[in-house]
Structures are given as structure tokens and as C-alpha cells.
Design a protein around this ligand. Structure first.
Ligand SMILES: [Zn+2]
Length: 200
């Protein structure tokens, strides 16, 4: 993480070479009226599946075996075999509150991913504010399209490569579909880049 991996680039209709696309982009899908991005972003968030926006409650902070649930003599501070069932109890920080907690082996493999997802979910309200402001600015400027430029970093989600270069018509059904991707915390697109690309 930490690498800016998403760039939304503005395109004006005059930069388009295909006249058919220019013509089709000269009006928006809402019939030429102003697009309510606040509502469109709310709709996009409402379409996200629960696993995109909720963190499972894994990890126990009491001295209880996460396998057999029996009370341990003391809280383990590192990898320990349960005195009752013999399973390997793993110790690390919980994704959502960073408290030291006990995990099964299989839960441990999810902790890093869930911690990253948790951080992305926390950033979502701010990202939504940025999207709303940016998209409204595009609209105010009379632009008809924007372009998604994905990153080719090997850590980028496959969806980011897939969407790379996608030109989105403002006010189109395609834009609504794109917003669902952009607000999904699981992909961790970096919205800071939206602002950065405008400053360049
Ligand atoms: Zn046990």
C-alpha cells in the first residue's frame, strides 16, 4: 500500500477523436439535467455486499482457547499450544481495534487482509466526499467524460487492470456501474490521486 495507484483523468469532449462518441456524450443520461452525485454515490454504496463493508469479529481478548473455548491459565503472549486441545493458538492484533487477541491458524491468515479492509472502510466516508466534490466539479466544468487509469503494480486488484483506461460518460449507466467499483473498499483504489491528478 501507500503507492498511489488510481488516477482519474479528466477528458473534455473536444479531446475525443471519435465523432459518434462526442455526439453521444454531449448530453447526459438524466436528460441534460444536473446529476445528483450525492444520491448516485449513496446508491453505489447500497449495492455493496455486506462482506465489502463489514469486518468479521475474529480474535478473543480474554484468555480463552479460540479452538476449544476452554479458559486458559493465563493470556498467551506468543504462539502457544492449547493445554486442553493441543491446537496452536496464535497471538496478534485484532483488525478492528488493534487489541492483542488470540486466533486460530486459519483466522491468522485472514488478519492482514481484514486489517487492510478495515482501514479502507474507515477511509470510505472521506473518499465519498472527495468523489462527490470531484464529480460535481467535472459537471460544473461542463465535462462529459472522465477516464479511469489503473495501476500495473502487482499488488493492484485484478479489477484495477481490467478497468484501466476505461472512459466513462458522465450521466451514463456505465458511470453508475463504475461508481460501485470506486466506492468498494475491497479494491482499495487510492482516491487521493483524484486530487493529485488535477493539480498536475
Ligand atoms: Zn483449546
Amino acid at each position: 500500500m501507500g503507492i498511489l495507484n488510481l488516477f482519474v483523468k479528466l477528458l473534455s469532449s473536444t479531446s475525443k477523436s471519435d465523432p459518434r462518441q462526442s455526439r453521444s456524450s454531449s448530453f447526459n443520461a438524466s436528460g441534460g439535467g444536473r446529476i445528483d452525485y450525492n444520491q448516485l454515490l449513496k446508491n453505489a454504496v447500497a449495492q455493496l455486499p455486506p462482506e465489502a463493508v463489514t469486518i468479521p469479529n475474529i480474535g478473543v481478548i480474554e484468555p480463552i482457547c479460540p479452538y476449544c473455548h476452554k479458559a486458559l491459565k493465563k493470556m498467551p503472549t506468543r504462539k502457544t499450544a492449547c493445554e486442553f486441545c493441543g491446537n496452536a493458538i496464535r497471538v496478534t492484533k485484532r483488525p478492528f481495534d488493534k487489541k492483542k487477541a488470540l486466533f486460530t491458524e486459519s483466522q491468522l491468515s485472514q488478519v492482514e487482509e481484514l486489517t487492510a479492509l478495515y482501514e479502507a472502510i474507515k477511509k470510505m466516508p472521506n473518499n465519498l466526499r472527495i468523489f462527490k466534490r470531484e464529480l460535481n466539479e467535472y459537471q460544473d466544468l461542463g465535462l462529459t467524460q472522465w477516464k479511469f487509469l489503473g495501476c500495473h503494480d502487482e499488488r493492484a486488484a485484478p479489477i484495477e487492470r481490467e478497468l484501466d483506461g476505461r472512459v466513462v460518460e458522465i450521466g451514463s449507466e456505465d458511470e453508475k456501474r463504475m461508481l460501485v467499483y470506486l466506492v468498494d473498499p475491497r479494491y482499495r483504489f487510492c482516491t487521493n490521486a483524484v486530487i493529485e491528478s488535477r493539480r498536475k
